[in-house]
Design a protein around this ligand. Structure first.
Ligand SMILES: Cc1cc2nc3c(=O)[nH]c(=O)nc-3n(C[C@H](O)[C@H](O)[C@H](O)COP(=O)(O)OP(=O)(O)OC[C@H]3O[C@@H](n4cnc5c(N)ncnc54)[C@H](O)[C@@H]3O)c2cc1C
Length: 359
C-alpha cells in the first residue's frame, strides 16, 4: 500500500497548442503541477525573478501568493503574461507556453554522490567532481543543473560543467558566496570521499538542436559551467554552426579555464572565443576587451536577429541580456538562459526583508 497522500485536484490547466492538460492542487504553482504531471515547461530560478517560465494566459486567472512576479513588467502583465513558477490558478486555465521536448523523457532522481576530487580553479571558484554511487539509468543533457539536498529541505543549485560522457563524474564550478552557508562549507570543510545527496537532472537550459543559425554563448563568472558543457556537446556532435563564446569576468585570473577556450578556438574553425573583463586594470586593458560582457556582444553584433543565444551567470547580466538582446532584434523564443539566483527560500527571505524595510 502506498503511503503517499494523493494530490487533490482543484483546477485544470490546458496548454494551448498541444492541448495537453494537467491538474493543479490547492496552493500549488502551475509549474510545480506541470512538473508533477511529467510535462517539461521551461524554468530556471524558481523564485519569480528570472522570467524563464514566462507564459501567456489565454483563459482564466492566476494569483501570486508567494513571491511577486518581479521578472514581469507592468506592460507584460497587462498583456496577459504570467510567471508559472509563482502563479497559482484561481480557476480552470489555458496557457500558451512552449514545452522543452528534449528534457521531457529524462527521469529526475535523488542519488548519493561521493566527492571524488576538489580543487581550486581560482581564488573564489572550487571545482568538485562528484561520483554517483550508481550511474545506471542516470542521464542528463548538457546545460542542466543539479540540486544539492541539505538538511531541513533546503537545496542549492549548481550547473553540471561537463557534457554527458565526458568522464564518470558530475563536475561543478562553485563560486564562494560571502555569507553563503553551503558554498563556504564547500571551501572550508567538505572532504574528499564525503557523500552528498543530489537531485538531478534539472532545468531546461539545453541546446535546441536543428537549424543552422550561428550560436552565441555568453557566460558570466561560473556561468561558464553549463556553457562549457554545451560547447563540449556541440563539438562532440561535429556541429558546423558558428559558435561565438563570450566569457565575462572581473579580472584575467577569474577566467579560470581560458586555456580550454583557446584550445576550442585553435582546434575548431567554427569556434570564436572572446573574453571580456568588467574591472580590467590598465595592464589588462592592453590585452583584453573591457566592460560588461553583454555590451561587447552588442558591439560585435548590433543585429542579433539571425542568432540563437544561450546565456548563464549572475542575475544582473541575465536581465541586461534579456532587455538589450531582444531590443537588438533577437526573437525572445531564441533566447535561452539560466540565471544564477540564490535558492528560492533565500530569495523569499530577502524579498520579505526588503518589503519590511522602511521607506
Ligand atoms: C539554475 C541555477 C544554476 C546555478 N549554477 C551555479 C553554478 O554552476 N556555480 C555557481 O557558483 N553558482 C550557481 N548557482 C548559484 C548558486 O545556487 C548559489 O550561489 C548558491 O545557492 C549559494 O548557496 P549558499 O548556501 O552558499 O548561500 P546562501 O546561504 O543561500 O546565501 C546566499 C546569500 O544570501 C544571504 N542570506 C542567506 N539567508 C538569508 C536570510 N534569511 N536573510 C538575509 N540574507 C540571507 C547570505 O548571507 C548570502 O549572501 C546556480 C543557481 C541556479 C538557480
Amino acid at each position: 500500500m502506498s503511503s503517499e497522500i494523493p494530490m487533490i485536484a482543484e483546477h485544470q490547466v490546458q496548454l494551448a497548442g498541444s492541448g495537453k492538460s494537467f491538474d493543479v492542487g490547492p496552493g500549488e504553482t502551475i509549474l510545480a503541477a506541470a512538473r508533477r504531471a511529467g510535462l517539461a515547461l521551461p524554468y530556471s530560478c524558481l523564485s519569480g525573478s528570472c522570467g524563464s517560465c514566462k507564459g501567456r494566459l489565454v483563459n482564466g486567472e492566476v494569483a501570486y501568493p508567494y513571491n511577486p512576479p518581479s521578472a514581469l513588467t507592468e506592460a507584460e502583465r497587462a498583456q496577459g503574461q504570467v510567471l508559472l513558477c509563482q502563479a497559482v490558478a484561481t480557476g480552470d486555465l489555458t496557457i500558451a507556453i512552449r514545452e522543452v521536448e528534449a528534457v521531457a523523457g529524462i527521469p529526475i532522481r535523488q542519488l548519493a554522490v561521493k566527492v571524488a576530487a576538489k580543487h581550486r580553479l581560482c581564488d573564489d571558484v572550487m571545482e568538485l567532481k562528484l561520483l554517483p554511487a550508481r550511474r545506471e539509468g542516470f542521464n542528463y543533457l548538457p546545460g542542466q543543473y543539479l540540486d544539492i539536498l541539505l538538511p531541513e529541505g533546503k537545496r542549492r543549485a549548481f550547473s553540471i560543467a561537463n557534457a554527458p560522457h565526458h568522464g564518470d563524474t558530475l563536475d561543478l564550478h562553485i563560486r564562494r558566496v560571502s555569507g553563503g552557508g553551503f558554498t563556504q562549507f564547500v571551501f572550508d570543510e567538505l572532504r574528499l570521499g564525503q557523500v552528498l545527496r543530489i537531485e538531478a537532472p534539472l532545468g531546461t537550459f539545453v541546446p535546441r538542436e536543428g537549424g543552422d543559425r550561428p550560436i552565441l554563448l555568453m557566460a558570466g563568472g561560473t556561468g561558464f559551467a553549463p556553457i562549457k558543457a554545451i560547447v563540449e556537446h556541440l563539438i562532440d556532435r561535429h556541429t558546423h554552426r558558428a559558435l561565438h563564446v563570450y566569457w565575462g569576468a572581473r579580472h584575467v585570473e577569474d577566467l579560470y579555464l581560458e586555456s580550454l577556450c583557446r584550445q576550442w578556438q585553435d582546434n575548431h574553425s567554427n569556434v570564436r572565443y572572446t573574453p571580456v573583463l568588467s574591472e580590467a586594470s590598465p595592464l589588462e586593458r592592453n590585452q583584453y576587451r573591457s566592460g560588461p560582457v553583454h555590451e561587447a556582444v552588442l558591439k560585435d553584433f548590433p543585429d542579433l536577429s539571425r542568432f540563437d543565444v544561450y546565456m548563464s551567470g549572475p542575475p544582473p547580466m541575465i536581465e541586461a541580456g534579456r532587455r538589450d538582446f531582444v531590443a537588438a532584434g533577437l526573437p525572445d523564443d531564441r533566447l535561452y538562459y539560466d540565471s544564477f539566483d540564490y535558492a528560492p527560500d533565500v530569495l523569499a527571505a530577502l524579498i520579505r526583508a526588503r518589503s519590511a524595510a522602511p521607506g
